[in-house]
Design a protein around this ligand. Structure first.
Ligand code: PDD
Length: 280
């Protein structure tokens, strides 16, 4: 696999990052995961805009234009002959001479790392079955609207889910669902209304979430952006999660309670199809 590191395309074994890189030492880095379908990038504009926002919120320099980033994405797809999968992008505040909590002086070059990951996304057996989720306490920091690489809480949540025989975890705070471990959380009420939590610092503004809201509106589905509880999710007709890597992923069980007949629901299936069709 050919990866991109600070201006160079190199075989992955030859890629190098300094041990003083602040992404490595302080998780002082932000990232994006962009889907590739049929060899084409999906939703690049949305991911690029969110990257620009994440870096701006952290006062991190981003010395690459939208056009330059797009060009690197395209080059990686071509060099790796990627048909379906993801492109991972990470920008860190770079590698100053020493470990220091303070941001480095202006002039330290940020690090940009990008790689591809081939994966079958449309024909995903989990989407046919639907995921079982458990709720976990949201122990993450308070700026989840910034897409930083501090993902240990998400890893811990996924391990907890696995240990409980589930597929994923939803983060709950003060009795309300913020989002999934690496996705946004949704329910479809028995009245057929889509519900997902309103945006704030508590959760990531998902690019897939925004598109699904747009498609739901176009399809004249009712939706509400508001918090919901685990009890409301357990009483819902359907549930699902959204992310660049899983699109619209059915959720069929919440903390051991099956939703509907325990299989992916019709609204979820329709939104998944709509999303995939629109992305192609
Ligand atoms: N995760 N919420 C969290 C905490 C996420 O990590 C993600 C994405 C999302 C969905 O965002 P989007 O629709 O823009 O992918 C919501 C990526 C895919 C990951 O970490 O692999």
């Amino acid at each position: 696999r050919i990866v991109y590191v600070n201006g160079e395309y190199v075989p992955e074994e030859e890629a190098k990052i300094s041990v003083f890189d602040r992404g490595f030492l302080f998780a002082d880095a932000v990232y994006e995961v962009t889907t590739v379908l049929d060899g084409k990038l999906c939703e690049f504009e949305g991911h690029c805009a969110r990257l620009q926002r994440s870096t701006a919120e952290l006062e991190m320099p981003l010395p690459w234009s939208r056009e330059e980033l797009l060009e690197i994405h395209r080059e990686l797809i071509a060099r790796n002959e990627l048909i379906e999968g993801m492109i991972y992008l990470q920008v860190s505040r770079g590698a100053p001479a020493d470990r220091d909590f303070h941001y480095p002086e202006a002039g330290t070059q940020p690090s940009l790392v990008m790689f591809t990951q081939a994966k079958s996304l449309v024909d995903n057996p989990s989407a046919a079955r639907g995921n079982k989720v458990i709720s976990v306490e949201d122990i993450r920091w308070a700026r989840r609207d910034i897409k930083t690489v501090q993902l240990l809480a998400a890893s811990m949540a996924k391990m907890q889910a696995e240990a409980a025989g589930a597929d994923d975890a939803w983060f709950v705070q003060d009795g309300l669902v913020n989002e999934g471990s690496s996705n946004n959380a949704w329910i479809v009420t028995k009245q057929g209304t889509l519900v997902t939590r309103d945006l704030s610092r508590l959760l990531l503004p998902g690019i897939t979430r925004a598109s699904v809201l747009k498609y739901a509106e176009a399809a004249q589905l009712k939706f509400e952006e508001r918090p919901f509880t685990i009890a409301e999710a357990q009483d819902a007709a359907e549930a699902f999660s959204t992310s660049a890597s899983a699109f619209v992923m059915p959720v069929v069980e919440v903390d051991g309670v099956s939703l509907g007949d325990g299989t992916p629901g019709p609204v979820t299936k329709r939104l998944r199809e709509l999303y995939i069709d629109e992305s192609r």
